[in-house]
Design a protein around this ligand. Structure first.
Ligand SMILES: [Zn+2]
Ligand SMILES: [Zn+2]
Length: 178
């Protein structure tokens, strides 16, 4: 595999561990079996325990051998795990990127809206509804917020209600225009 050629030194160490680890573990296991067997025999009335110390050599050897084996095979396990995790990770990244993009779009849109509402470089002229104060495009006939007719632009001299330009009487108080 080409990936193994990236770090030959590390690879050699790992290969050594893969051999040495199990060998040490095996030796430890043998020591432990000999020691335990000796222990059992001694319990069976076969005298003192001449080889019982083998257990205390075997357990650490087994442990060390197991740890060395783990280090030797860890790269393989981790690479496998990384490969397994990669698609999910990519999805998560895409999801986050998507979210960020949407967020930026939302913020940018809000800024654009603010600029337009503030009249700073807005391509669209906005008019403010005299009833609810909502902003509506200048060409709109009715307020998108409250439905108030935006064509009413003539204020009544009596009650200040806005009326259609061609109205003869105030919609609100009946005050006659003209
Ligand atoms: Zn309105
Ligand atoms: Zn009026």
């Amino acid at each position: 595999m080409p990936m193994n050629q990236i770090d030959p030194g590390h690879n050699a160490v790992r290969n050594t561990l893969r051999i040495v680890g199990p060998v040490i573990a095996l030796i430890g296991l043998v020591f432990m079996i000999v020691g335990l067997a000796n222990f059992s025999l001694s319990l069976g009335g076969f005298g003192p325990l001449p080889l019982f110390w083998c257990v205390f050599v075997g357990i650490p050897l087994l442990f060390v051998g197991f740890v060395l084996s783990s280090y030797g095979y860890m790269g393989k396990v981790m690479r496998y795990t990384a490969e397994e995790m990669a698609p999910a990770g990519k999805d998560t990244f895409n999801y986050l990127a998507e979210g960020t993009r949407e967020g930026i779009k939302t913020v940018a849109g809000a800024i654009g809206q603010g600029l337009r509402e503030g009249g700073l470089g807005g391509a669209q002229t906005m008019v403010r509804c005299h009833k609810c104060n909502a902003l509506a495009p200048a060409e709109a006939k009715f307020c998108g917020q409250c439905g108030q007719s935006l064509g009413k632009t003539i204020p009544c001299l009596n009650c200040r209600e806005l009326n259609d330009p061609d109205a003869r009487f105030c919609d609100n108080c009946g005050h006659a225009f003209g």
